[in-house]
Structures are given as C-alpha cells and as structure tokens.
Design a protein around this ligand. Structure first.
Ligand SMILES: [Cu+2]
Length: 248
C-alpha cells in the first residue's frame, strides 16, 4: 500500500510533536516524578477505557427505538454506587500515598546544599547571581554584579556537575515561573517575595550539557521568549565555566 504525501507529512508531524512532548528526566527527583506520572497515566488509561467502553455499550444498547425489557432497566443501584465511590477513593488514596514522599522531597530544601544561586526574573529575561569567591551568597547589595562580574550571568545558569543547588527566586515586575522540565522543577517568582527551591545537578561526561529553562507563567507579550539555559560543566572546569562571555 502506498502512503500518500499528506499522510506521510501528518505522520512525521505527529512523531515530531510526540518527541517534543517527551522530556527525558535528568535528575533523580525528575525520574521519580516521571514514574509517578507513568503510574497515574496507566491507571487513568484503564479507567478511561472502562468508562468510555461502558458509555458506548449503553449508547448502543439503549438507543432510540430499541425495545429493552423493563426488568433490564434500573432506577438506583446501591452496590454500583458504593463501588464507583469506593474504587476511585481507593485509587486517589493510593496515588496520594505514593506521591507524598516525592512531594515532600521536592518541597524540603536540604540543609547540605552546596551554594545558593539568586534568580531574578523580569520581562523577559532570567538573571543569575552566584556566591562570591569566598562562597558568600548574594545579599541584595547594590553593585554586586559590577564588583563580581564573573559571578553573574544573563540567560545562562552555569553550574558544575553534581552540585546541590539552592535557588532564591525573585521577580522584578510581574509574576514569572522558573521551570526546568528535565529536572521536573517549577517555582513561581513573585514580586515582593523570595521563593526557594533546590535541585541536584546531574553528572555530565567530558563536555558541558545544556538544559532548558522556560518561564511558565504568562507574564506579557514576550513570555514565549522568556527562555534560558542551565549549562552543566564537568568537574574541574572552573576556567572554562567563567571564561565564557555572558549571553544576553
Ligand atoms: Cu515570565
């Protein structure tokens, strides 16, 4: 059978979209989130097939002009009502129980993070301010970036592999949301507040690896373009890390 050109284009489009939607998890936490997502998806799929299958069966069996014997119809059915209340409740409790550990892990900032990166969101850029050479975190001091030029970057967060990073997120104008799909983290940056988050940087081979940051709060006309990257450098490449020109 020959496949038409339009069908091939549609197939390629579907494959491209599917590939684009799938974000391979890069951290331990992201892998836990992905497995929770997969478990939820499979349960939802079974429920969907069951419910839609029953619906289709009912639509066909009790369609107009079908003479159904009176004894086959029901008005109220206690057992069925108990089953369709208890089963979803058990499923939800099971999923809640399963997710609780990961949720607490994501929301609890570990005491042993290696350093803090201050993340400033503004329409429509991400700015990253790192600790100074003594490891002192940015304290809001004016002129920090001018005095510590190498310790600030725009549009690119530079990190060494394997570091446990604490994030302090602030917004300068409107609400933004800092999201790294491959790390499964997403945290709002709200004007007037400091939100904290954390992640463990994955290991990379011998060359730097880039991960994608996207603002996930509709923050204005340039929202779609409010992207940045996390560049992870192999251990021991401090010079390469800070020798790069700052992206703008
Ligand atoms: Cu934004």
């Amino acid at each position: 059978m020959r496949t038409s050109c339009a069908a091939r284009v549609r197939m390629l489009g579907a494959l491209y979209l599917a590939q684009d939607l799938y974000v391979p998890p890069a951290t331990e936490t992201a892998r836990e989130v992905a497995s929770l997502f997969n478990i939820t998806l499979w349960i939802a799929l079974v429920v969907f097939v069951l419910v839609e299958g029953l619906l289709l069966y009912m639509i066909i069996k009790f369609r107009k002009n079908t003479r159904v014997p009176r004894e086959e119809t029901h008005r109220g059915h206690t057992t069925a009502e108990v089953v369709w209340t208890v089963v979803p409740a058990v499923i939800l409790l099971f999923l809640g129980f399963l997710s609780a550990g990961t949720l607490v892990k994501i929301d609890t900032i570990p005491d042993d993070t290696d350093f803090t990166v201050h993340v400033e969101a503004s329409q429509f850029v991400w700015r990253f301010i790192y600790p100074d050479e003594n490891g002192t975190a940015y304290n809001g001091q004016a002129g920090w970036c001018q005095e510590n030029r190498a310790r600030c970057s725009i549009g690119e967060m530079r990190l060494q592999e394997n570091a446990r990073v604490r994030l302090e997120l602030v917004a300068r104008d409107v609400i933004h949301a800092f999201a790294v799909p491959e790390f499964a983290i997403k945290q709002d940056a709200v004007p007037g507040k400091v939100h904290v988050s954390w992640f463990q940087v994955p290991d990379v081979g011998s060359a730097p690896v880039e991960y994608f940051i996207q603002c996930m709060e509709f923050c204005g006309v340039g929202h779609h373009d409010m992207r940045a990257t996390i560049v992870v450098f192999p251990a021991g490449s401090q010079e390469q890390m800070w020798g790069r020109p700052t992206a703008s």
